[in-house]
Design a protein around this ligand. Structure first.
Ligand code: SF4
Length: 135
């Protein structure tokens, strides 16, 4: 998992959180889901049915929110100062409410699915977010 996480951070122009325990907790959660489900399901959500969710794309790390909006609510992929990037999120999104507008220092990197930004409602489905490690 570490290799993947470091590689994706580099590719997306994001950084690891300045507090290593935050990153370690999320990577551990991803690794546990890899063992349990065979997929890197986001560890920072509650799922009514993990196995069903693991068949979908939206919360596989790097999830749709990361690929579309460059926002990681787990704080795994953040800016150097530890803040998650929120500037591309739609108004009213929880990330914008909690952190305000946090700009992207590397706008030329990441957001492989940004073309879906306008058409994609925030996917909450049958999940609800649990607090991320630093909240
Ligand atoms: S919020 Fe998305 S990018 Fe961040 S750890 Fe969860 S699945 Fe990965």
């Amino acid at each position: 998992m570490w290799k993947y996480v470091k590689g994706f951070a580099e590719k997306s122009g994001t950084a690891m959180h300045p507090m290593p325990t935050v990153t370690e907790a999320v990577v551990k959660g991803l690794a546990m889901h890899m063992d349990e489900l065979g997929k890197p399901l986001c560890p920072c959500n509650f799922y009514k049915d993990k196995a069903a969710e693991a068949k979908l794309r939206r919360w596989m790390c790097a999830c749709d929110e990361m690929q579309i909006y460059k926002y990681c609510h787990c704080l795994l992929f953040v800016r150097e100062d530890g803040l998650p990037i929120t500037e591309y999120l739609p108004e009213g999104h929880e990330g914008r409410e909690v952190y305000g507008i946090v700009t992207d220092p590397t706008p030329d990197k990441g957001r492989a699915l940004k073309h879906k930004a306008a058409a994609t409602p925030i996917a909450s489905g049958d999940t609800s977010e649990s607090p991320s490690p630093t909240r």
